[in-house]
Design a protein around this ligand. Structure first.
Ligand SMILES: Cc1cc2nc3c(=O)[nH]c(=O)nc-3n(C[C@H](O)[C@H](O)[C@H](O)COP(=O)(O)O)c2cc1C
Length: 313
C-alpha cells in the first residue's frame, strides 16, 4: 500500500494541489504614457540556461494583466525585480497583486522606490521601465516575440476580458486567460554585497533574504515562507580512471593528442560532461595551432575559462 494519497489536480495546481516554493518578483513594464508600472508575480523561472546564444526567463501571466497588456502592445522591455524580506514588504507586494487596477491607480500607492536600471545608459534609444531599488537582484529583459510568431499577438484586443482563439503553445497568448512570455535577459543587476558573494566565494551568511512565496491559498491569503538558513552539501566527487578519460580523449579529434598529465586534470569531470569539455579543449588547440595538449595547455585553457566567467559577471 502506498504511503501517499491521490490528490485531485485542479486549475492552478501549483498552489491548489501542491506545495511549491516560488520567487517573489515585482515585474516592471512600460505603461502607455511611458511611466513604469509594477505588478507582483511568482511564476517566473529560468527558461534557456545554456547553449542557445542568449539566456532567457519564462513569465506566466494573466493575459489581461497590465504586464501582459504592455508587452502585447509592443513595449517589449521588462524588468524582473527579485524581492527580499523587509519591513512591511508582504503587504506592499500583495497590494501590487490586485487584479483590475490601472497602472496609474496601482502606482499611486506603490510602496517601494524606483530607479533607472543599467541598460538605459548603454542604449538610451530603447525605452526601459525603471527597476525597484529594494530588489536584491534585477533581470532587465526583452520579450522574444519572434519565437512561435508571437508578434502576431501584438495589438490583439480582449473581448469581455478574454482572448478568443487561436492560442500558442509556449510564447504569447496561450489560453483564453493566460499568456507565456519568453524573456531574453539583457542584464543582471546585483546589489554589491551579493555580487561579492558570487564573485569572491560563496558564504551562506551573505545570501540575500530571498522572499519565497507559496501562492494564493484558502481564497484569502498569499503565503510567504521565512528565509531558510543556507547550508552547503558537498557533491561527492566520483573520479574516473585515467584509462576511461584517455578512451574518450583519443576519440575526440585525431589531430589533437592529450598527454596523461593533461588528462589527470579531467579525472573529476562528471562523465556526462566529459565530451563537451574535451571538445572545448580541442577547439582551443585548433584556434591556437596546438597539436598536443599537456598539463601546461590545460592550465591555460582553465585560466581562460575562469577569466571569461569573470568577464560575464
Ligand atoms: C506574490 C504574488 C504573486 C503573484 N504571481 C502571479 C503570477 O505568477 N502570475 C499571474 O498571472 N499573477 C500573479 N499574481 C497576481 C498578479 O499580481 C495580479 O494579476 C496583478 O493584477 C498583476 O499586476 P499587473 O496587472 O499590474 O500586471 C501574483 C500576486 C502576488 C501578490
Amino acid at each position: 500500500m502506498s504511503s501517499f494519497k491521490d490528490l485531485r489536480i485542479v486549475d492552478n495546481f501549483y498552489q491548489t494541489s501542491s506545495y511549491y516554493p516560488m520567487p517573489t518578483v515585482m515585474i516592471s513594464t512600460l505603461a502607455e504614457d511611458g511611466s513604469t508600472s509594477v505588478g507582483s508575480y511568482s511564476l517566473c523561472f529560468p527558461y534557456y540556461i545554456a547553449g542557445k546564444g542568449y539566456y532567457a526567463m519564462l513569465l506566466e501571466a494573466r493575459n489581461s494583466s497590465n504586464t501582459a497588456q504592455h508587452l502585447l502592445a509592443g513595449r517589449k522591455t521588462i524588468a524582473i525585480n527579485f524581492m527580499p524580506e523587509g519591513p512591511g514588504y508582504h503587504k506592499k507586494i500583495v497590494a501590487q497583486g490586485w487584479p483590475g487596477d490601472t497602472p496609474a491607480e496601482k502606482m499611486k500607492n506603490f510602496g517601494f522606490h524606483l530607479e533607472d536600471g543599467l541598460c538605459i545608459a548603454e542604449d538610451p534609444a530603447t525605452p526601459r521601465p525603471k527597476v525597484v531599488s529594494e530588489a536584491y537582484q534585477v533581470m532587465e529583459c526583452t520579450w522574444m516575440s519572434d519565437l512561435e510568431n508571437a508578434y502576431e499577438d501584438i495589438g490583439r484586443k480582449l473581448e469581455d476580458g478574454c482572448y478568443p482563439p487561436p492560442y500558442r503553445s509556449f510564447n504569447g497568448i496561450t489560453t483564453q486567460y493566460g499568456a507565456h512570455f519568453i524573456l531574453r535577459i539583457d542584464k543582471v543587476l546585483m546589489k554589491p554585497k551579493f555580487y561579492d558573494n558570487i564573485i569572491n566565494g560563496v558564504k551562506g551568511r551573505l545570501w540575500p533574504n530571498v522572499l519565497v512565496c507559496h501562492g494564493y491559498r484558502d481564497s484569502k491569503n498569499f503565503w510567504f515562507a521565512r528565509t531558510p538558513r543556507l547550508v552547503p552539501e558537498l557533491l561527492p566527487i566520483r573520479n574516473a580512471t585515467l584509462s576511461s578519460v584517455r578512451y574518450a580523449a583519443d576519440r575526440t579529434d585525431p589531430n589533437v593528442h592529450f598527454t596523461d598529465d593533461a588528462l589527470e586534470k579531467l579525472l573529476n569531470v562528471p562523465r556526462i560532461f566529459l565530451p563537451t569539455v574535451l571538445k572545448g579543449c580541442v577547439a582551443w588547440a585548433k584556434e591556437n595551432g596546438v597539436t598536443e595538449i599537456t598539463a601546461r595547455e590545460m592550465d591555460i585553457i582553465n585560466d581562460k575559462r575562469a577569466k571569461e566567467k569573470g568577464k560575464t559577471k
